[in-house]
Structures are given as C-alpha cells and as structure tokens.
Unconditional design. Sequence first.
Length: 562
Amino acid sequence: MLYTLRRADESSMKEVKEEMRIRQTREVFLLFSMGSQFDHLIKQALDTLGVFCLVCDPASVTAEDIKKISPKGIILSGGPVSVYEDPPPFDARIFDLGIPVLGICLGFQLWAQHIGVKVTKADKREFGPHDFVLYTGGKFWTKKAFRPLLPLITKLRKTFGRHNAHFDLFANCPPVMQVLESHGDRVESDERLTILGGTANASVAAASFKHLYGVQFHPETTETTEGSLIFSNFCSTICGAKDRYPAEKAANRKIKELRERIGDKKVLLALSGGSDSSNVAYLLKHALDGRKKQLHAVYIKGIDRPDDEKYVLKYFGNQDWLTLEIVDATSDFLAVLAGKVGMHEKRVAMRGVYKRMLEEAAMRTGASFIAQGTLYTDISESGGGYASGAKKAQIKLHHNVNLGFSIPELTPLDDCVKDTGRNIGRIIGVPEELMTRHPFPGPGQIVRIEGEVTEAKLRICRQADKIFIEELRKWDLYNSVWQAGAVVTNSITTCTKGDDAFSGPIIKLWAVWSVNGFTARWARLPHDFIDHVSRRITNEIREAGEVVYKVSCKPPTTIEQG
C-alpha cells in the first residue's frame, strides 16, 4: 500500500489505483502534512467522512505530480514554522492549478503569502479555545450569551460586509462557535481576500480567494465544535465529492456472507481489544443474530499492553451475544523466546504460540472457524499480492497472516484498510473508544524489548508502558500523539536508590506525531511531564536504572524498536 506520496511515478500511481479499487472510489483528496502535532486528526476526520485521503510529502511532490493524480481537493495542515522567516518546502505552483485548497493555520498562511497577502507576527498570540465569529451576510444571533461579541461582529460587518459562495465552508454552522487556536502569526486584512470570520485577536481567522480557503484555527480537534461539519462542507459542497466508502453497504454484505458461511456452526474469535478484532466481533454479532452459544472469543495475554485486558473486559466481558475466555500464555511465549535476540526470529516464535493457542481453544470449544481482524494492509506488508497476482516485498511479518490453521479461517476485513474498517465498525455500533486507541504491534511487547525476552524484562516493559500511558491520559496528551510506548534496552547503567548502588536497564520512552505511521516526528512533550513520568518509573520499578526520551524522527529511524 502507498501511505505517503513522494512522486507520481508509474509505481506510485499503480499503488494509488490499487487502493482506490479497495476503497471503491474514483476520487482522491491530498493531505500535505506540514508538521503539526494534529496532522493525524485531519486524516482521521477525512477517514470518518469516508473519502480517500492520500498523505503527501510537501518537500517532494510537485505541481506536475498533482496534475497526474487529479485530486478533488487539497488540504495543507498547520506547522511549527513562520512563512516569512523559515517557510517549509512546498511547490507553491500547486496553488495555481485551480483545485480547491483548504489551508489550516500554516497552510492558510502559505497560500495567503503566495497571492501577495502580508503575513506577520501577531501582536496577540492565540492558544487554546476561542470564540470564532462568522460573518453570514448580516444575519447574526443576538442572544444574551453573544452580546459581549457584538462590537466585534459590528466591526466585521462594516469592514468585510460581503457575501458569496465562499461561505459554503461554514454552511449550517452557528454564527458564533468555539474553535481551537494555536498560532503566533496573523494574516493581514487585504482587499483580495473574502473575510469569512474572526476572533477577538485575529480579525482574519478565516478567509478565501477564488478556489483557496483558509482558517487560522484547527477544525481537526475536538475543541473546535463544528470541525467535522467544516471538513464535510469542504469535501462535499466546495470540492463536489460524491464518492464515500459505502460502509453500510459493505457491512451488510459482510454480515450476509458470514451468516451464509457459518450457518449454525461455532466460531472462535481472536480478540485483542483493538479496533480490528472489535469490528469482527460486532460483524459476527450481527451475522449470528446475537446467539451467544455460537461465538466464543479468546483473549491471549502475556505480551499485551497492560490496559488491553481492561478494555476487553469492559466491552466484551458481560455480553449476552459472546462468551469470553482469557488465556494466560506468558510462560509459553517466554519458553519459545528464550535465546532469541533478533526481532524477526522473535516475531516468528510468537506466531507459533499464537497459532497453537487459537487452535487449542477452537478444539476445546468445538469451533468450526477461527476469526481474526486481519486487514488488507497486514496481508500486503507480509508480502501478499496485488489483485493481479503480482507479489510484493515483505515489509514485516504480521502475526495474523498465513498461519495455516487446521480449520477454515474467517477474515472479513481482509479487503479493508484501517480507516475503511473503522467506518464499518462505526456503522455497526463498535464503541468509539475502541476505534481510536493507539496502534499496537501484533507481536506485542516483544518488539519493545531489546535482545532476549525474559520474565524480568517483560514485567519491566509492561510496568513502564502502564505508567507512561496512564500519565499521557491524565495530562490530556494521549490524543495529541499518534502512538507512544516504552522500550527496555540492553544498556545497563549504574545508579543509586537509597544507600545502595546497583545496575539497571535504561528505559527508553518515545511518542510520535504522525499521520499514518509511515513518517513521524518525535512528539515535543512538556518537560514537566517527562520529568514526572521518569520519577514514577524509577521510583515504582525497582530494576529501572534511568529513563531517556527518544528524539529521532522517521525517517531515518523506525517508530517501534523492531
């Protein structure tokens, strides 16, 4: 699969066409990731709408590439730089192609500067939630709650009092709404712009010029109350997108196929607490009409995240349509991992235990099928072929592909990528909390442990992960990063605890800002937060020697340790 477009060459275009086939669409949107910590939320917002959004590298994609792809629309995210001091690499000729563009924060400033509008440092910076006042051709609410904003509204009406179709970006939005601001620069007022709205400190908080649209706030965040509507307006009304991934149709088709194939037989489901296996659980629920005796789920613990079991129990522990079994395979995993130090050989060893645990559970329950949340992406990365039968290189060996079970396998999501699977899940009622958890590798904690996996290392890794994720949630940072984790390294440091000196492993924490995981930047988490997490880990994990934080990006490094 093509995850980040760098050139519209023959190979890349083949990948694009393949993914469009999978998504059942003839339309594509392009997202230029300019470096904002919220980039992944833009992708999620578009995924939720069911449109195909391809992530582009702003440093290498040119206007000529864009012409070959012919996207319906283009979105530029925010970023940490100033266009007048340190502009990011981007082919500004793209703005002249006539394709609708939505620039967010830095993206807005980029096209504004390109058409000759001045962008300067703001006298008053804006961070956090603010009231955004939308000019709607003279029609404003005058409720008591909005009266303090009337002087600003009056000023906007006198200064920018014209209305046209550019207001379609805010169709059905209230005239005053909360938005999340995070910027220190401003776009100056200019006669070339159609001003769409402003805030107390930024009179040009949204504007347009011909096919170019821009907002200084972040519609991708939950703090912007009408963000999803703004994205929908851009894609549907402004860009004229008509294709949506037919999630309801796909869900109904999959349920029907499962019902016909399973009949009155029993199914064993490999359940992890992540979005993919949860989707399959709900597809089976509908296919079997909630008949509990036919669906048995097994959760295999041992190399899982510390909070995975909690989520499984919360959402699947007391259901009247599924029987849940928790199997502790810790000792089995440790036995086959003994002496193995390479990541690939550890992945292979893990697969053997995983397969055996599922087959034993199937035999124990009399199941005729084993169901998994395997995606098309998993098959592709493991070396699976195109629809044409052409083979691909193996990127990494997934735990849920080509296991060769002794009974038939059900993989109803094997024609889906991550977001189309999630769209199906939302249609059939999978709880949103399960859909938006951080990604986690199938082989679990073993790829977050350097060298041989031992009982002590596994325990330390799980404890460190638990503390890190707990604090990310407490500090309201969990949703701002794409993925985070802890690694137990082979490096040993000398340290003191109390009056004793001893040696212990270095724990490496990491968190990334990313759109899809195929490129990533290390997350600039607050120093006070890192200090607090470090103190908890070294105080609560007896063996932990010290804590370090990874500040390398992908490329050149990878996100996971292995």
